[in-house]
Write a protein that binds this ligand. Structure first.
Ligand code: ADP
Ligand code: ZN
Length: 684
């Protein structure tokens, strides 16, 4: 890609087009003489294509003087705009994404740019007829002033030189107030802000809070349920520098915010900042870090009540960790009670609501307060636990739960293939016949709650509500105005909700996240429980939290009860170090799949062998550790059998490049698919 933007010395322009049959691709076009002084990277243009008079729309993405002799280039027809729609830095950022995440530029561009960009008639797009409800909020007259604790953190953040800072503040400590102060400063300096939240529901909430503070004229919103026409409108406003604060979810890191001064990523430990499907499998956090490198002086603030282990480790080691450990107004953290469901069973209660939780729900609603019930739904897999000593059966080599396979009557590790056959007694306490398999089955919660509490207003909020444009926002509005007594939801209601009337949070199945066979499961479980607990008691009234569990001796559950992140971190970081998990190694996950189980396994074996040889030849096998192949925990998806190869890279960029260049050379037969996930969020 060329460095200059205006090119009067070049003969050809490289243009990016999107064609139904071919996908997004670049082609070379001749630059007419009268365009040579005005053509710029990022400009939209109409281009002749194929035989006849067909014209398509494309973007100028580069220049050159050379073209293969056999290709006969055509002239660019017309430049559709005098100004570029994106910059060279922007393209460089996308190129980095394509390379680092084992994708390609056209795929990344397609993810980043709204579809409208490739349609012919720029001018004729229709205005969205319904404005988003959240954008109709009005600016409020009052502005909070920071507490002394908040002021101190704010001052410290302003002083630090590091490009990335981590704000670790317990739930309700007022992180958002600090963000607002930093945003205000950035706007005063004439720069713009990108503000990310992990889920659409949270983006809506944060947007309405931001508009109340800064007014709607300078605020824009960007996420996957915003229509293409709306996105296009936002894009235009960004280009004209009308939007000063853009709020969005993961994909908004690709919005072309000009003159970027500050990026804030709230709840930074949330796994939805990483795209897993489809390619590019990018992390918005890593892209944001890249953006701060490309935009002079731009800073990144990561915020969380339960930081990502890696972010915390890095911030601690680079003196860019800032801690707010008191709630605003010194409000108390809610009291957490752990209810042992095995005891409930002993009393003959085989239901999913313990007696204690049932009683507390009644009390809360009768006191005109509100309840949140969390159904932990990452439970597609299963685990085995001893009912005597609560031990969860784990792999001795990988420290993740083993999964029971009834066909072979064996317990297997889905990382390394370790296997124990015919396990009939607990390996720890050696009692016979106490092992029990646990799995899903929590979807009935809403139905059962309806029967248990027929007089209360119960509402469910889950991913289905997100597909309808305003529904999630309406549900949350109804909840905050008190029209709902019990809000039932999955992970997405655990975060961000700031509703002072909620005084009870119940977690139906607190164990589930801890027992997934993944090295991040403790981190996930811990943060989920802390986050959801933080929804309770944010107002005048004291809050209560109930964790229902089948394993009350889980030390991480205990740490979540105390909401003691630092002690959790100390525990977890030791395990990470001992087993070479991040932040002590970076992980590249390779999935080989095929409709034919045998062929999938065979190709996985072959690639593993070749990869190991290649690494051995360079004497790097201690720093580039290849594990597997092993069947994925989710062994079969849509008829495809899946095998995992896990590479632990302790060589940073060099190791990354060695592995990726090896993978780029692989040619696979038609019936085998390969997916490469760099820094995967899970290894299931
Ligand atoms: P966090 O983002 O850390 O969970 P918030 O910023 O949402 O915390 O603050 C929690 C509650 O306390 C909010 O209702 C917020 O309006 C209030 N609050 C926090 N700081 C202040 C302040 N300095 N002045 C007034 N209210 C504040
Ligand atoms: Zn193992």
């Amino acid at each position: 890609m060329q460095e200059e933007t205006v090119q009067n010395t070049y003969k050809y322009a490289l243009c990016l087009v999107d064609i139904t049959k071919l996908g997004t691709k670049t082609f070379s076009y001749l630059i007419p003489d009268d365009m040579k002084d005005v053509i710029k990277i990022g400009q939209p243009a109409t281009l002749p294509f194929g035989k006849g008079t067909r014209k398509i729309k494309g973007y100028v993405v580069g220049f050159s003087n050379y073209l293969e002799e056999s290709i006969k280039a055509k002239y660019i027809d017309e430049l559709l705009d005098t100004e570029p729609m994106f910059t060279l830095e922007y393209l460089k950022m996308l190129e980095w994404v394509a390379n680092y995440y084992f994708s390609d530029l056209p795929t990344v561009l397609k993810t980043a740019l709204p579809e409208k960009f490739f349609q012919k008639n720029l001018k004729n797009y229709r205005k969205p007829n319904k404005e988003l409800k959240v954008l109709q909020v009005e600016k409020s007259k009052n502005k909070n002033t920071l507490t002394p604790e908040q002021q101190k953190i704010y001052d410290d953040i302003k002083k630090v030189n590091a490009k990335t800072s981590l704000l670790y503040g317990i739930t309700g400590s007022g992180k958002t107030e600090i963000y607002f102060k930093l945003i205000e400063d950035t706007i005063k300096e004439g720069k713009n802000v990108l503000f990310l939240a992990p889920e659409i529901a949270l983006v809506s909430q944060l947007t309405s809070r931001t508009i109340k503070r800064f007014g709607k004229d300078i605020v824009g919103i960007w996420h996957s349920t915003i229509s293409e026409a709306e996105k296009y409108k936002v894009w235009q406003k960004l280009r004209n520098d009308e939007i000063k604060i853009l709020l969005g979810a993961r994909s908004s890191v690709f919005a072309p915010v000009k003159n970027l001064g500050l990026i804030i990523i709230d709840e930074e430990n949330d796994s939805s900042y990483k795209q897993t499907m489809p390619s590019p499998r990018y992390s918005a956090i890593e892209v944001a870090k890249k953006l701060t490198e490309l935009n002079q002086g731009a800073k990144l603030i990561l915020g969380s009540a339960t930081p990502d282990i890696q972010s915390y480790y890095e911030a601690k080691n680079s003196n860019s960790l800032f801690v707010l450990n008191k709630r605003f107004n010194n409000a108390e953290l809610p009291k957490v009670k752990i209810v042992d469901m095995r005891m409930e069973r002993g009393f003959g209660n085989n239901g999913i609501f313990s007696q204690y939780l049932t009683d507390e729900i009644h009390k809360t609603v009768q006191n005109k307060n509100q309840v949140i019930l969390l159904i932990n739904r990452r439970g597609f897999s299963s685990y085995t636990q001893c009912m005597e000593c609560s031990t969860v059966i784990e792999c001795p080599k990988c420290a993740i739960p083993l999964i029971y396979h009834s066909q072979t009557q064996s317990h297997r590790c889905h990382y390394c293939n370790y296997e124990i056959k015919n396990l009939t007694k607990c390996p720890k306490c050696e009692t016979e016949g106490t092992l029990e398999n646990f799995g899903t089955g929590t979807q009935r919660v809403e139905e059962i709650a309806g029967k248990l509490f027929p007089d209360y207003k119960i509402q469910r909020l889950d991913s289905d509500s997100l597909t309808k444009k305003n529904e999630h926002f309406e549900i949350l509005e109804a909840f905050s105005s008190g029209d709902i007594d019990i809000l039932i939801g999955t992970q997405m209601i655990a975060k961000g909700l700031d509703n002072p009337n909620v005084t009870l949070v119940g977690v139906i199945n607190a164990d589930l996240s801890f027992n997934l066979p993944d090295f991040r499961s403790s981190e996930r479980g811990f943060s989920l429980l802390c986050q959801v607990a933080g929804r309770s008691g944010r107002g005048k009234n004291e809050g209560k939290v109930i964790f229902q569990t089948f394993n009350n001796s889980n030390i991480f559950l205990d740490k979540a009860r105390e909401q003691d992140y630092e002690s959790f971190f100390e525990n977890e970081i030791e395990i990470r170090e001992a087993f070479d998990y991040p932040p002590f190694a970076k992980i590249i996950r390779i999935i080989l799949s095929s409709g034919n189980n045998f062929r999938a396994e065979k190709s996985a074996l072959e690639i593993t062998m070749r990869l190991k040889n290649w690494i051995n030849k360079q004497s790097l096998s201690e720093r580039l550790i290849v594990m597997g192949p092993a069947a994925c925990v989710v062994e079969k998806i849509k008829g495809e059998f899946r095998f995992n190869i896990i590479v632990k890279n302790k060589l940073e960029e060099k190791g990354h490049n060695i592995i990726l260049s090896f993978l780029r050379k692989i040619i696979l037969p038609n019936d085998i698919k390969m997916v490469v996930d760099v820094d995967p969020m899970d290894i299931l």
